[in-house]
Design a protein around this ligand. Sequence first.
Ligand code: NAP
Length: 243
Amino acid sequence: MKTYGLIGYPLSHSFSKGFFTKKFEEEHIAGHQYETFPIPAITEFPALLAQHPDLCGLNVTIPYKEQVIPYLDELSDAASQIGAVNCIRFKDGKKKGFNTDVIGFRDSLQPLLQPHHHKALVLGTGGAAKAVMYALQEINIDYLVASRTPANGTVAYHSLDQATMETYTLIINTTPLGMYPNVDACPDIPYEYITSRHLLYDLVYNPAETLFLQKGAAQGAVIKNGHEMLILQAEASWDIWNA
Ligand code: NAP
């Protein structure tokens, strides 16, 4: 039996377990299982590996995406630059960390890009924002980052004026604002300057249409939620484990 799994804590609901269990069934991939491993502290990671010598790959979620790094032998360029790992491959006796959020975001965004989408406004500065920025660099899109506590080149929300909104026609929400159950919240940007030239991308996928996306759509913008990104980052893990 080949075992894959997810480490994090707590792990009440896991998208990944549901995704891979269904994938193994639907694609008739026999002899594979996907388990959740809720470890209360990252110091339990070596013992977990010792208990499961059959592990072929792991996903990593909150709160261990950064904490797991000292336990790994190698990092991909993306994981190293972002400083967060959400996928671990066990190969040739080595544990290598990857960041597949980059792949999921990039590959779900690219089909929607028009030639005028060459400047992006990234809302938020957390781990997801770092993956988004890495992907934007890969595809040569300049970006400006908005933060509640602007520093090191990031800007304040109240400084987003008409000229900025007209220049940055790709707007990406990487904050948790609007996520269920707080569906009445949205990033504090001047939505009145959004037009049909804009593409609004929300990493949040529950609800399918956040208030951020609703407000963009009301102005005629093209909108995209984070559901495809979630699927593509899981598929990217599978590809990495089987490379
Ligand atoms: P996080 O670290 O908790 O927050 C991201 C950033 O959002 C923070 O660094 C903060 O930036 C800003 N922020 C947080 N609370 C805010 C508030 N109340 N008002 C305004 N800004 C706020 O989260 P994350 O791990 O980066 O994830 C962010 C979101 O992306 C989550 O909703 C997560 O579910 C989603 N996500 C989706 C996918 C996918 O596959 N679709 C993958 C990864 C993450 P500042 O302090 O600089 O303002």
